[in-house]
Design a protein around this ligand. Structure first.
Ligand SMILES: Nc1ncnc2c1ncn2[C@@H]1O[C@H](COP(=O)(O)OP(=O)(O)OP(=O)(O)O)[C@@H](O)[C@H]1O
Ligand SMILES: [Mg+2]
Length: 341
């Protein structure tokens, strides 16, 4: 059986605002990433993707608070670990996180190599600058980045190069799990492709053991990650293989993220993307029933009243809806039929 690199069990976390209001941004989330595998997390802005990333690293700082659940990294349960301990022994080594817009956070007055020296020396005080340079040079060249980048300041690099540099730096300590939060969002199409290629390469050559790729664009994950989890309003609404989530979504929200008409045999280029009308609920007062019901074309009166559990379909696939697989497929077929007319 494959080694489980990361297992999150029933994790719930919240923000407490200045006005002492609770914001339930991660609600009973469970996930598992095995060695050599990658998981995509998709969902609209504000659905809790970044909060989940911070939460599953055990890195809690006000206003974010742990409520309940377990986080196990390569067999070690880190739930309840102090933030200073997490920073010392978990971040970078066990889990590396590339925050959203990380490339813009590079210190403009510092050459890349000096930034790398800081990263490595924070974990190993006795390593020499010469050794650090050699290690960085080999890593950069392995990943197809010119070694000259090491001597440059961030402003001298293009957006794509800056992002690839940030990614390379994040794997210096060979983490077991790499979390990339919207790593390609602010880039042009060519740079986006290069970033995605690089992330896949990190997995293939074993510089990282597993990966989580966060994006608001569900179709982007196809061909990049093995599995996909779709989040809505702090909860998992669907999880399955990338093929299933992209070409055969079950939950009406995932279906909406993929557009209303899906033509699998014609491939992704022919998917017509349509925005989902409405906005996600306020996470300070999440609705009692299904959180997506307000925006769901298939909602029934009971959807607004009852808590909807996740259903298992088989093969590890799950979704959160009161409608059965057959009822959903029938509804989508009817919809496609209407569009075709
Ligand atoms: N510091 C904070 N204090 C209170 N609420 C917060 C804070 N940061 C985020 N939130 C709320 O938590 C929820 C989840 O936010 P999060 O940033 O995790 O979403 P996201 O899915 O990463 O969105 P995006 O795609 O825009 O990055 C949102 O409703 C947001 O308003
Ligand atoms: Mg985010």
């Amino acid at each position: 059986m494959a080694n489980v690199m990361l297992e999150v069990k029933d994790l719930t976390t919240k923000y407490i605002t200045r006005f002492q209001e609770d914001v339930y941004a991660v609600d009973h989330v469970s996930l598992k990433v095995e060695e050599g595998k990658s998981l995509g997390i998709a969902g609209e802005s504000g659905c809790g993707k970044s909060t989940l990333a911070l939460s599953l690293m055990g890195y809690y700082f006000p206003p974010l608070y742990y409520t309940s659940g377990d986080i196990v990294i390569d067999g070690r349960n880190i739930s309840g670990m102090r933030p200073d301990e997490v920073r010392k022994s978990i971040l970078g080594r066990e889990i590396a996180y590339i925050p959203q817009a990380a490339m813009n956070a590079l210190n403009p007055t510092q050459k890349i190599i000096h930034f790398i020296e800081d990263v490595i020396q924070a974990h190993d005080l006795y390593v020499t600058k010469k050794d650090i340079y050699e290690r960085a040079r080999i890593l950069f060249e392995t990943l197809g980045l010119p070694a000259e980048v090491l001597q440059k300041y961030p402003v001298e690099l293009s957006g794509g190069m800056k992002q690839r540099t940030v990614i390379a730096v994040s794997v210096l300590l060979l983490p077991k799990v790499l979390i990339a939060d919207e790593p390609s969002s602010a880039l042009d199409v060519t740079s986006q492709k290069m970033v995605i290629k690089m992330l896949r390469q990190l997995m293939e050559i074993g510089l990282i053991s597993s990966m989580i790729f966060i994006t608001h664009e569900l179709p982007l994950l196809y061909n990049v990650t093995d599995d996909i989890m779709v989040m809505y309003a702090g909860q998992i609404v669907e999880k399955g293989t990338s093929e299933e989530a992209v070409f055969d979504p079950l939950h009406p929200y995932s279906k909406g993220l993929m557009g209303s008409i899906i033509v699998p045999e014609k491939g992704l280029r022919d998917v017509k993307l349509t925005a989902i009308p409405g906005v996600p609920p306020n996470l300070k007062k999440p609705p009692a029933g299904c959180r997506f019901a307000e925006r769901c074309k298939l909602a029934k009166p009971e959807c607004f009243a009852m808590t909807i559990p996740l259903r298992e379909v088989g093969g590890g696939r799950i979704y959160r809806c009161i409608l059965s697989e057959e009822e959903l497929r029938e509804a989508y077929a009817r919809e496609a039929d209407q569009h075709a007319r």
